[in-house]
Design a binder for this molecule. Structure first.
Ligand code: ADP
Ligand code: ADP
Length: 227
């Protein structure tokens, strides 16, 4: 079964704006998938629905076969999310922000501490672990959110514009890290981006979204052969 399956997804916001017009999408297990499209296309809305942050108007979403309307509590164990906005408490310590995630997922502390430490090392946040998150640069905060999202070993990692506002050097190291967890741990990754270059260098498959509709769904290789 697919890691993510979306059927007929529609979203009409409270002001009457139709942001999604019946989206169908399958992302297979182990894939590295880009939802590519210009600003305002509906990328964040789509991910918002998948993460249950945005209430859909109609349609069906399944995560590893689990319908989010039937059992989001179970579906969310498979899901790690890196939203666009920083949404942690800036006054908490870096290590505590990552550890708190373990608490939400019922991970025992003796397991959680080494996991948090290894993520903070891998994401070059080790030196900052005992400091307050407020002291981190933008790129470090982004990496902190990735560490937190991976804490409970989700099988599906979703990132909304992960490298927006990140400088080129850091972008490359984040790309390298995402490639590594996709390859070595088999984590399915879905990211949204408006950079073709990002989809191109990272992803295997791509869905192109515009005005709330998927206009193409293809492999990156296929897409490049047409340019
Ligand atoms: P919903 O229909 O999902 O409840 P609402 O229409 O109530 O969403 O809007 C939620 C919030 O987002 C409101 O505070 C609204 O003002 C704000 N908002 C409205 N239009 C936009 C927009 N184009 N982009 C981002 N946020 C918006
Ligand atoms: P993207 O992530 O591709 O930039 P979004 O999903 O954020 O696109 O937004 C899709 C469309 O829905 C945009 O036109 C945006 O202005 C509108 N929108 C987003 N949130 C709201 C909201 N809360 N209320 C009304 N319109 C919204």
């Amino acid at each position: 079964e697919p890691a993510l399956s979306i059927r007929g997804l529609t979203k009409v916001y409270g002001n009457g704006f139709k942001a999604l017009k019946g989206i169908d999408l399958d992302v297979q297990q182990g894939d590295f998938y880009a939802l590519l499209g210009p600003n305002g296309a509906g990328k964040s809305t789509t991910l918002g629905v998948v993460c249950s942050l945005v209430q859909k108007t109609a349609g069906q979403v399944k995560i590893f076969g689990i319908d989010i309307d039937e059992d989001f509590a179970r579906a969310k164990y498979h899901l790690g999310v890196v939203p666009q906005e920083f949404n942690f408490n800036q006054f908490e310590r870096v290590i505590d922000i990552v550890l708190a995630q373990a608490g939400y997922y019922g991970m025992p502390r003796r397991e959680a501490l080494p996991r948090a430490e290894s993520l903070l090392r891998d994401l070059s946040l080790w030196d900052k672990r005992n400091g307050s998150a407020r002291m981190l640069s933008g790129g470090m905060k982004r990496r902190l959110m990735i560490a937190r999202a991976l804490m409970h070993r989700p099988k599906l990692l979703i990132l909304d514009e992960p490298t927006a506002g990140v400088d080129i050097e850091l972008r490359r190291s984040m790309w390298e890290y995402m490639r590594r967890i996709n390859r070595e741990e088999g984590t399915t990754i879905i990211l949204t981006t408006h950079y073709l270059e990002e989809a191109e260098s990272l992803c295997r498959n791509v869905g192109i979204i515009n005005h709330g509709e998927i206009v193409r769904n293809t492999s990156v290789r296929e897409l490049l052969s047409e340019l």
